[in-house]
Write a protein that binds this ligand. Sequence first.
Ligand code: ZN
Length: 405
Amino acid sequence: MLIFKGNYLDVEKGEVKKDSLVAVEGNRIVYAGAPEGFACPEGARVICLGRGTLLPGFIDCHAHLTGEEDAGDFAGGKLFGDQLLGAAYQLGLLLESGFTGIRDMSEAGLYLSRATQRKILDGPRIVPGGKVMGITSGHVDLALEQDKAYYNAHDHMSYLVDGPDDCVRGVREQFRMGAKFIKICATGGVSSPTDRVDDVQFSPEELRAIVGEAKRHHSYVTAHCTGYEGAYQALLAGVECIEHGVMLTQREIDLMAEKKVPLVSTLDISLHVANIPGFPDWMHQKALRCRENNLRSIEMARRAGIEIAFGSDYSNSGNTPYRALGKEFLAMQEAGMTNLEAVRAGTVHAAHVMRIDDLGVIREGYLADLVVCDGDPLEDLACISGADHILLTCADGKIVKNCIS
Ligand SMILES: [Zn+2]
């Protein structure tokens, strides 16, 4: 048994519970409350938190564990074995930064989710979505020099489908490999060379085919949405989650509120993408439209009471290092969210998006994904903004990082 003594954050009540006791047995929280309400068994390992605060482990709902940034130089880092090992290395960085859960969209995430579940690899809890589905000439059609059949077989993040039948087949291909949800691109995006950010990608017939097939597998579809019209059509077709939501208007916000569709925001990249050096001019022109629009859409989402969940879209590149994944919390603050809203986005709301009922809150019976940061995040979000501030990470009941004792 593992005992944490000190302050913990009740993310639902929105208050730090001072001088408390949280007990973990196996991979579950078995007690959270006043110390006098719990009899510590002999031989329990006691960790005193000092000025640190115990929080639910953080969850990134928009990850692409392609491993490309850490695949090395051999063959240009293009071999899947190297990329998979690069992604496995990155799991350690995520734990270092206090992230005990991710919702991934890549091929590598399928394998890594099984390896971590089998406990042969330490890593966050992974809900895998498989490859991202998009249309020819759309947001994930990124290697125009390649034959399309070759691209679909060899790209480890993207999958191109055209027409309702092909869409159904694409969904089935993802489930065949172990996907737990389906991610599509309903609009264009900043990084794609042949589209506009406000392009609508997928026809209503294609969207219905994808959503219908996912439902038959007791699953759901989430949609990358930069422009608003594609988001609107995706929502009408029954898509159950929106990623980015950069340019949403009141019409889509109202529909999301009505259907209880959450928004996975990726604000750090969205607000700062225009400042990233080295982009080709066409990408820079697209990026310029993001910040102002996203500030507006987040404000509308907050007013409408839409659940906002943490997403990063980081790849461990120089501009998006996993050790600084917590910068997304600071971007939420920059976009007008309160400290508590930001913490909730990365814990309890993200757990809802993961669709894991007993996660994201420090409460008896819940999964023991926990993190200790070096301050009080309700006072200052800097204490959850990066790996250097994370004193301890406990993933599924196992301590995987410990700078306390
Ligand atoms: Zn993404």
